[in-house]
Design a protein around this ligand. Structure first.
Ligand SMILES: NC(=O)c1ccc[n+]([C@@H]2O[C@H](COP(=O)([O-])OP(=O)(O)OC[C@H]3O[C@@H](n4cnc5c(N)ncnc54)[C@H](OP(=O)(O)O)[C@@H]3O)[C@@H](O)[C@H]2O)c1
Length: 346
């Protein structure tokens, strides 16, 4: 299903791969900006505003905050206080894979870690189940049978409605699908990073298949994260580093990503966007959605204005061949894939 129905005013839905689940083409992720990052009132306003606008999918992970866990706590509070009775209108996802607590059981892909983390997430969220539970990253030190088996238990025990994987390479995705078949559990979604400056999921591996090829062949839905390259694909960094921006805060977006080559690519892309009547942020979102194999993108937002700007991308999802060719000319690999080591074959 592509763009058949609307979640609420104006946000189209797409089918998530071969699953029965419809997802909005733009969803909100709470990786940063939620937790102790700013005023609770601002966070509450962004979440409620998103949902009222039709962004019915909220993406979380155990470690989102800061500090880790805080985003789930905030979202649980907003759900209980501001959205009573509306839980089943929403698609709520969480993940486990990165470091969450000290010691050998606080990260990775083991059954012990994944299911304990999921229980902790449910407690913070105040829920008895999430809609999607992800293995947040491939763990080379745990047999895939164990990681995927834990996802199967999440479903069979009622703690998750659907399960998926995130940042797995094409090879590891193929292997995970095979294991899931053997275990009788369906993987419904892959969540990779993807943007005009980070197109790794299009690249074939040594067997000739890309992540997108593997997903398409298996009916695995794709929800792409960081479609704005953490904010680089907006006009904000063209002339400097605004004091309130993610790059200024340091952390996941080092200013070293703002190379002259990347800035030149961003400026050229901004001109193509302007010619289309879009902002660069809007074109960056629309471009990720140009092929319906990508069911939706997960954007971040620090303000409701940012979110509103990004949501207006849905007004212009079509591209001419000439526009796509012009974009290909200037969309460089910006070497900004923070998750590359997790997305490799390891
Ligand atoms: N599975 C994984 O491993 C993984 C990893 C990362 C993210 N994700 C998911 O993807 C979601 C989105 O990630 P992301 O936050 O990196 O996405 P993004 O949409 O690429 O970047 C969002 C950031 O860009 C800036 N921004 C957004 N809209 C803007 C606009 N219109 N104009 C100017 N600046 C704008 C804001 O930062 P500032 O204003 O502060 O600069 C905002 O926080 C996460 O919340 C999470 O759910 C998953």
């Amino acid at each position: 299903m592509t763009s058949t129905a609307s979640a609420q005013p104006g946000i189209p839905l797409r089918r998530l791969g071969a699953s029965g689940l419809a997802v909005p083409v733009v969803s909100l992720g709470l990786w940063q900006n939620f937790g102790d990052a700013g005023a609770l009132e601002t966070q509450r306003r962004i979440i409620v505003h998103a949902i009222e606008a039709g962004v019915v999918h909220i993406d979380l992970a155990n470690n989102y905050g800061p500090p880790p866990g805080a985003a789930e706590t905030v979202f649980g509070q907003v759900l209980a206080r501001d959205l009573p009775g509306r839980r089943d209108e929403l698609l709520i996802s969480t993940k486990a894979g990165y470091r969450m607590w000290p010691g050998p059981y606080g990260e990775g892909g083991s059954r012990k870690y994944l299911l304990s983390s999921l229980d902790q997430s449910l407690a913070r969220l105040g829920l008895d189940h999430v809609d999607i539970f992800y293995s947040h990253r491939y763990d080379p030190s745990t047999p895939l049978e164990e990681t995927i088996g834990a996802l199967a238990t999440a479903v069979s025990s009622g703690r998750a409605r659907y399960v998926g994987i995130s940042s797995y390479s094409a090879r590891r995705t193929r292997e995970a699908l095979d294991v899931a078949d053997r275990l009788g559990v369906r993987l419904s979604v892959h969540q990779p990073s993807y943007s005009l400056l980070n197109r790794w999921i299009e690249d074939p591996d040594s067997s000739g298949e890309s992540v997108l090829d593997v997903a398409a062949a298996a009916g695995l839905g794709v929800l792409a994260f960081s479609p704005l390259a953490q904010g680089m694909l907006t006009s904000k960094y063209l002339t400097g580093v605004p004091s309130e921006s993610r790059a200024a805060r340091g952390g996941s977006l080092p200013t070293s990503y703002l190379t002259p080559e990347n800035r030149a690519a961003i400026a050229a892309l901004a001109q193509i966007a302007a010619d289309r009547g879009q902002s660069l942020a809007q074109m960056a979102v629309s471009w990720c959605l140009r092929d319906p194999i990508v069911s939706g993108v997960l954007v971040g937002a620090r303000t409701t204005d940012q979110l509103d700007e990004n949501l207006r991308a849905v007004e212009r999802l079509d591209f001419t061949d000439a526009e796509l060719a012009a974009i290909d000319e200037c969309s460089v690999d910006g070497e900004i894939n923070l998750w590359a080591s997790r997305s490799s074959d390891l």
